[in-house]
Design a protein around this ligand. Structure first.
Ligand code: PGA
Length: 235
């Protein structure tokens, strides 16, 4: 296991962020810990054994646009990773493939590694469409970008924030499908993460999935003791 990517979403406020940073900054670990705070808090993470990630990035290039954060600005704050295609942005912000393609292009121009999220909804799963959906989410975006410096996060939408997760065999089968598809189409091996209700309580079991490169964690990463416990499992 390599990556533990923590997506704080729009949670925690300034004092909590400062405390979080001081609890983590002196620690050493082998896991690639990527912290993705709300972007206004990025400067409070001022150096430690982790990398910084950003939860979203502008899909526009060279445009003056109120409220947007550009990849070159993120780079100037030391951001090394960016989440693209998270289901919450697909669902609530109606982001579509062209947005993801543009975001990936902007990030690659600024040497920021992409964490591209894919995953089926409960309804799609129940209709037996999981593989079809994943195939589309992969092809329609990766066919239109340079397939390098991209990590894939498989996050079934029905598992995000619900406490319900697929079993290890299901995750492994889907991970192999994604890996094989990407290798066949683009002749590269990309790291695959799992995300959706990963906790300190279930990570020891999930770690047993051979070939998986780590986890994208939301809620459980907000609490420092739960983060430390997950990190200890990963080591
Ligand atoms: P969760 O979120 O760990 O709270 O389920 C994961 C995510 O949204 O990436």
């Amino acid at each position: 296991m390599k990556y533990l990517v923590c997506n704080f979403k729009n949670k925690l406020q300034k004092d909590e962020i400062i405390k979080y940073n001081s609890s983590i900054k002196e620690l050493t670990f082998k896991t690639k810990l990527v912290l993705c705070p709300t972007c206004i808090y990025l400067p409070f993470f001022d150096g430690g054994n982790y990398s910084l990630g950003i939860q979203d990035i502008s899909s526009f290039m060279d445009k003056t646009l109120t409220g947007e954060v550009d990849a070159y600005q993120a780079k100037s704050l030391g951001v090394k990773y960016a989440i693209v295609g998270h289901s919450e942005r697909r669902i609530y912000k109606h982001e579509i493939n062209i947005d993801f393609i543009n975001k990936i292009n902007n990030l690659q121009e600024n040497d920021i590694e992409v964490i591209y999220c894919i995953g089926e909804t409960k309804e799609e799963k129940e209709k037996g469409k999981t593989y079809e959906v994943l195939e589309k989410q992969i092809s329609e975006v990766l066919n239109n970008v340079v397939v390098k410096n991209i990590i894939i996060a498989y996050e079934p939408v029905w598992a995000i924030g619900t406490g319900v997760i697929p079993n290890n065999d299901e995750i492994k089968e889907i991970m192999i499908f994604i890996k094989d598809l990407i290798y066949e189409k683009y002749e590269v091996n990309l790291d695959i993460l799992y995300g959706g209700s990963v906790t300190a309580a279930n990570i020891d079991e999930l770690i047993k999935i051979k070939g998986l490169s780590g986890f994208l964690v939301g809620k459980s990463s907000l609490d420092i003791s739960s983060l430390l416990s997950m990190l200890a499992s990963m080591e």
